[in-house]
Ligand binder design. Structure first.
Ligand code: PLP
Length: 397
């Protein structure tokens, strides 16, 4: 990751098909398009590659979550359980649905802690939303068992783990629905875009309608279509879909490069006894978009961060003070700085968010270092980098 590093002829060819016929919209204009349906083709590729019955493209990963929550019937008065380490899109999409986000601890998988999920369930809980952060997966068997026991829906946010799998099934294709982002920094990019995967045919029909103003998409005269439900416009354009179509055809190549680069760096760091790695519920299914490791204390991790900088190493983060990925810096959320009035249910549900503590997550996130695995590195560059990283870590022990 990210896919833009290897943007090239495959993507340009798909884009040129669209530029040549000028139909930039995914619906209608059948006569003008010379048989080019890039969004439809990309949805078909997703269905084939992920082994699901339905894929719905959207304008972003965030709007894919909006659509997923809508088709699951999530709205006013409901609660959705999400991790405190994620991207802001998690609570944005839940708030947009009218439901209340309920934040819980992560465990050493860096994703939802199943015990914390179970403890947070109330009669209002409708959905559990694991976020497969930094390339690898949540403990999906444990979360599915909790959902089955309490009659809840499982929504996988697989935006950061495209191409990963769990016990032979693709991430994003396991829960009642799953989502991807194809924004500019993800493993496969459209520039901007997202997708919802599901095997539920009602969800698929509703997602198709809801993401396009409620259009029924029956016949070939848009103006004459009816609108069975209320919707919005979360459509992707043909231009964006064309880029994604070029990229997804290179998916196996991209994941292969990530796995090679990841293995080289992990092997080098494994020789240092003070370094430990995140728990990966199915190691074979790691998409390897990132390598995450822990130091024994936060102080050690800070020293490693300094040593990486002084050794000229780039592309790594510690998320403890990060504005976008960890609850500590989400003041706009804790203070509910909404442009418009929020419901009493949301205000009440989030009134103590400022005071809730996440000691287990604080400990894990403060000791964690997350390294991006790039696609453009040559094997030789990765070997040099791995050696430099190991040397930098050893210099502070
Ligand atoms: C990128 C991302 C999203 C949102 O995707 P956009 O396409 O940027 O809206 C959602 N969740 C996670 C975990 C992400 O990393």
């Amino acid at each position: 990751m990210p896919g833009f590093e290897l943007f090239g002829d495959a993507e340009r060819k798909e884009l040129n098909d669209v530029l040549e016929n000028g139909v930039l919209m995914r619906y209608g204009f059948d006569g003008m398009r010379n048989g080019h349906w890039k969004a439809k083709e990309l949805e078909q590729e997703l269905q084939n590659r992920f082994g699901v019955n339905h894929a719905q493209l959207t304008s972003s990963g965030t709007t894919a979550l909006n659509v997923a929550l809508a088709v699951m019937g999530v709205g006013a008065g409901d609660e959705v359980i999400m991790p405190c380490f994620t991207f802001v899109a998690s609570f944005e999409s839940i708030l947009a649905s009218g439901a209340t986000p309920v934040l819980v601890e992560i465990d050493d998988t860096l994703t939802l802690d199943p015990a914390a999920v179970e403890a947070a369930i109330t009669p209002k809980t409708k959905v559990v939303m694991p976020v497969h952060m930094c390339g690898s997966m949540a403990d999906l068997d444990a979360l599915q068992a909790i959902c089955d026991k309490h009659d809840l829906l499982l929504l996988e946010d697989a935006c950061q783990a495209f191409g990963g799998s769990y016990k032979g099934k693709m991430l994003g294709a396991i829960g009642d629905a799953g989502t991807f982002s194809f924004d500019f920094v993800k493993t496969i990019t459209c520039g901007e875009g997202g997708a919802l995967l599901t095997n539920n045919s009602d969800y698929a029909t509703w997602a198709d309608q809801y993401s396009d103003h409620g259009h029924d998409h029956i016949g070939n005269d848009r103006g004459a279509e009816t609108h069975p439900i209320l919707g919005y416009n979360f459509r992707i354009s043909e231009l964006h879909a064309a880029v994604g179509l070029g990229q997804i055809k290179r998916m196996d190549e991209f994941i292969g490069i990530q796995r090679r680069n990841h293995a080289i760096i992990k092997a080098a760091l494994s020789e240092i006894p003070e370094v430990s790695f995140r728990r990966i519920p199915d190691p074979e299914g790691d998409s390897c978009g990132f390598l995450n490791f822990f130091m024994p204390t936060a102080e050690f991790s800070n020293r490693v961060l300094e040593a990486f900088a002084s050794h000229g190493i780039d592309a790594y983060w510690n998320y403890f003070n990060n504005n976008w990925h960890y609850i500590r810096k989400w003041d706009h959320f804790k203070e509910l700085k909404s442009l418009f009035p929020l419901s009493d249910h949301i205000k009440k549900g989030l009134s103590n968010l400022k005071d809730i503590e996440f000691p287990q997550s604080d400990d894990l996130i403060s000791r964690n270092i997350s390294c991006l695995i790039k696609l453009s590195w040559t094997e030789e560059e990765v070997r040099e980098r791995a050696e430099k990283m190991a040397k930098a870590i050893k210099s502070v022990l």
